[in-house]
Structure formats: C-alpha cells, structure tokens
Design a protein around this ligand. Structure first.
Ligand SMILES: Nc1ncnc2c1ncn2[C@@H]1O[C@H](COP(=O)(O)OP(=O)(O)OP(=O)(O)O)[C@@H](O)[C@H]1O
Ligand SMILES: [Mg+2]
Length: 451
C-alpha cells in the first residue's frame, strides 16, 4: 500500500506544525500550507488523499477551497477543522460534503483517528475499481490504466464489472484516449486472459482481402493463395478479437461481419464448410456511430450487435486532474527506458501540461513527455522542453473520414503490386478486383507501375 498523501491548510502556524508532526510520526506523507491560494495551486499539481482544512483563513476562504476541490477532485477526503466561531461555516461545509469534522481543540489521537478513517474510507471506495487493476497489473508488469478522476474511475469500475462476463463491448473515445488499453485490460481481467488477444485494424482492411484476412482461406482458393491460412477469427479462438476503428469498414464488409458476429461461425475462403469459433468481440471507434448510421455509412443492426455494453473514455481535457498523474507515469517509465538522468518535471512545466487541451489525449501527452526527455539535458524538465500543440497528426476533428481507408487501400495495392513484381493481372487477382478496376484505382491514387 502506498503512503497516504496529506495536505494541511491552516493559517495558524502552531496548529500547522503540531498537526504535521503528529501525522508524520504516524507515517503519513504531509505537506502544509498557510493559505487557500497556495493550497489550490498544490492541489492542481499533485493528488492528495486527505485535505485537512481550516475554514477561517484570510484571503481565499476554506469554503472556497472546499468548493473548488469538490468540483475538481471529488475523490479527495476533506476533514474540516472547526473552531468556536465557525459553526455557520461548518454547516455550509457539511452541505458541500466533507468526510469529517475536528473541533478545536483536539488531541493528536483524535487527529490520527479522523485521518485514518478518511483514508480507509477512500481506499475501500477505490478498491472496487482502480487499485485492483493496478495491483494485478504491477505483478505482471503490463500497461495499466492510470487516473484518479471520477470519470476514469467509472471507466475502470465498468471494465472490472464487464470483464468477467462474455458480453460484446464497444469502446468509444477520441483518438489516443486509451481505447486499446481499455480493450487489453478487459481481456486481461476476463476468463480468456490466457488465450490470444487478436487485433484487427479495420482501417487497413481492403475489401477484396477482407474475408481472407478475417476468416482465412484454403490453399489455391485464389491466385496467390499458396497456403491454407487461418483468419483472425480463428486465431482468436477462445480469446478476444479486437476490431479497432470499426467505422472504417465498408457497408459491404459490415454485412459480412454481421453474419459472423451473429452466428459465431466462419466460412474459410475456398472451403464449403463452416467452422464454429468462440471469440469475444470488443470493438472500438473514435467516430460517432449514430451519426454514421444516420448517414447510412454504418449498419444499425451491426451497431446493435457490437454495442451490447458501451464504454466511453472521456477526453483528457475533461479530466484534467489525471494529467499530472499520467505525466508522472509516462515520465518515470520513459526516463527508465531511455536511461536519462533527468530527475523531475518542474512545477512550471506541470502547470503548462495541466492547462493544455490535449486533442491527441494520452498518446499526445506521452509523445510530448518522450520528446521532452530526449531534448532535456538538465536535471529538471522545464517548459522550454515542452513542444505543445505542434505534434503532427493530432488535429482536433477526425471528420475527414475515409481518408485512412483510402490510404490503406493505396498501400495494399502498392504492396501487392510489388509482390507481383508489377504484374497487374496477377495483382488484380490477388486483390480480388478486375484489371479495369485496378487500372482505375492506379489512376485515382496516381500510382505508376511499369510491368
Ligand atoms: N489512462 C491511461 N493510463 C495509462 N496510459 C494510458 C492511458 N490512456 C492511454 N494511455 C496510453 O496512451 C497511448 C494511447 O492509448 P491507446 O492506444 O489505447 O489509445 P486509442 O484510444 O486506442 O487511440 P487511437 O484512437 O489513436 O487508436 C498508449 O500508449 C496507452 O498505453
Ligand atoms: Mg487505438
């Protein structure tokens, strides 16, 4: 168990010192500040388990600190220190939701017992969600879902609840928000964990190779099919099939996918027999499928099949309290693998990271930290090492849909043409299109290829 992190906010110096000493001796990590402003700054950058808050302070009052705290970090436990003159304030505070009250004067034992109670209550609440996942992952040194915001905790809780069931899950969220991580976590916490987790990048599936890719083919079933192969469904047998970027497959492919999802039965290309497969399907998309459905680019019946349980991962800018944690997490991991000496992220740099709006979400944050570590020769990562908003590929709206599908089609054609040493008849055969279509596509993508 990690040591609980405690923040004392009190303008009375002797009180601060006495409380800090008592709690430190009891084994807690303690920081103390003498005003509300510094308290909010600290809370912005760091996560605390318990905040010990005096209500009567000059400047920003305890009540204001409490309001802000509750808005931003609902998970934190707040113990309010009340004096004689603060009964009204205490009532107000009670309405805002606090874990406990300590009325002055109090003994060291009373202080420790109040803190212990709050820490334990918080731990119990968390145990159901993230800690379980984190511990399990630590033991196996896998990637974990990091975060403490209420939003991400809800996601973790849902993952824990859904994982052991075999239900089909649709994961939605912006690019880089952690959809694949969520899918892998679902698999890891399921009874299928020792079976394969197979990823299908739907964005790179070419119409003509769709069936062979997903269901496999038998030897000689088409020109170029020199061996009998297993498709992704068969590879995932007993495990989980992750259909990434599900909105990127054509209506035609959706119809064929629907049949398999319904029947859990595949037809190998070139084989008259069907084969039963046992796979759990998790799909992901960064598009709004309901909008796609209204534009007739996504099938409603397939949507119903895939969207039995939906897990939505909120964008990072809507859970800013996760930014410092994630930044530290990426920083520690990357520093280790890159073997750099840099020891910490400066407060200023952390401030910048916190206020940036992260259109590329966690992945962008990871990239920014990685690049900062590369260029940093100092002991501390400063604002000068951060290149925010300049990462290519993190433009806000993924509305230019279809782009990646076209790209992958072009790449696939190039790949096959290369394999066939430019023989267009053979390439067209393997791609499952006729020569005329191939010629049109070559023109469309301005590919010139000498036979
Ligand atoms: N909450 C989190 N805690 C720790 N790491 C995270 C978290 N969210 C995302 N990451 C990391 O950020 C990176 C991007 O996440 P991931 O690939 O799962 O995103 P995605 O939603 O699938 O992105 P895309 O839409 O671009 O495919 C990965 O390295 C992942 O491990
Ligand atoms: Mg992904």
């Amino acid at each position: 168990m990690t040591v609980a992190n405690i923040l004392i906010v009190d303008d009375d110096e002797s009180m601060r010192i006495a409380c800090a000493q008592t709690l430190e001796e009891a084994g807690y990590r303690v920081q103390a500040v003498d005003n509300g402003y510094t308290a909010l700054e600290k809370i912005n950058r760091e996560s605390f388990d318990v905040v010990l808050l005096d209500l009567k302070m000059p400047g920003i009052s305890g009540i204001e600190v409490l309001k802000t705290l509750k808005q931003r970090e609902r998970g934190v436990a707040v113990i309010v220190i009340t004096g004689y003159a603060t009964i009204d304030l205490a009532v107000q505070a009670g309405r805002l939701g606090v874990s406990d009250f300590l009325s002055k004067p109090f003994t060291p034992e009373e202080l420790i017992s109040a803190v212990e109670k709050s820490v334990n209550a918080k731990r119990h609440e968390l145990e159901d969600s993230c800690i379980g996942i984190a511990l399990e992952a630590q033991q196996n040194s896998v990637d974990v879902i990091v975060g403490q915001s209420e939003a991400i905790r809800k996601v973790m809780l849902l993952i824990k609840q859904v994982a052991p069931m075999d239900s089909t899950v649709l994961i939605t969220g912006e690019t880089g928000s952690g959809k694949e991580l969520a899918a892998r976590t679902l698999h890891r916490l399921s009874r299928r964990r020792d079976q394969p987790f197979v990823v299908v990048d739907c964005g790179s599936l070419v119409e003509s190779l769709f069936e062979s890719e997903l269901f496999g083919h038998t030897k000689g079933s088409f020109t170029g099919a020199t061996d009998t192969t297993k498709g992704k469904f068969e590879m995932a047998h007993g495990g989980t099939l992750f259909l990434d970027e599900i909105a990127n497959i054509s209506i035609n492919m959706q119809a064929r996918l629907l049949r398999v999802v319904q029947e859990q039965e595949i037809f190998k290309v070139g084989s008259p027999l069907t084969k039963k497969v046992d796979v759990r399907i998790i799909s992901a998309t960064n598009r709004d499928l309901l909008k796609e459905i209204s534009m007739n680019t996504f099938r409603l019946d397939l949507y119903y099949r895939l969207n039995v349980v939906q897990i939505h991962i909120p964008p990072l800018r809507e859970r800013a309290e996760d930014i410092p944690l994630l930044a530290e997490y990426f920083f520690k991991r990357l520093r280790k693998t890159m073997k750099k000496r840099v020891s910490r992220i400066s407060d200023q740099a952390m401030g910048l990271l916190r206020t940036y709006d992260w259109p590329g979400n966690a992945r962008e944050l990871k990239n920014v930290i990685e690049r900062a570590i590369v260029v940093c020769e100092a002991d501390e990562l400063g604002p000068e090492h951060l290149l925010l908003g300049e990462t290519p590929g993190f433009a806000r709206s993924p509305e230019t849909g279809g782009g990646s599908l076209a790209d992958s089609e072009k790449n696939e054609i190039l790949r096959v043409l290369k394999e066939c040493k430019g023989n267009k008849t053979l390439a067209a055969n393997i791609l499952g299109i006729n020569r005329k279509t191939l010629r049109e596509k070559l023109q469309k993508y301005s590919i010139s290829f000498d036979e």
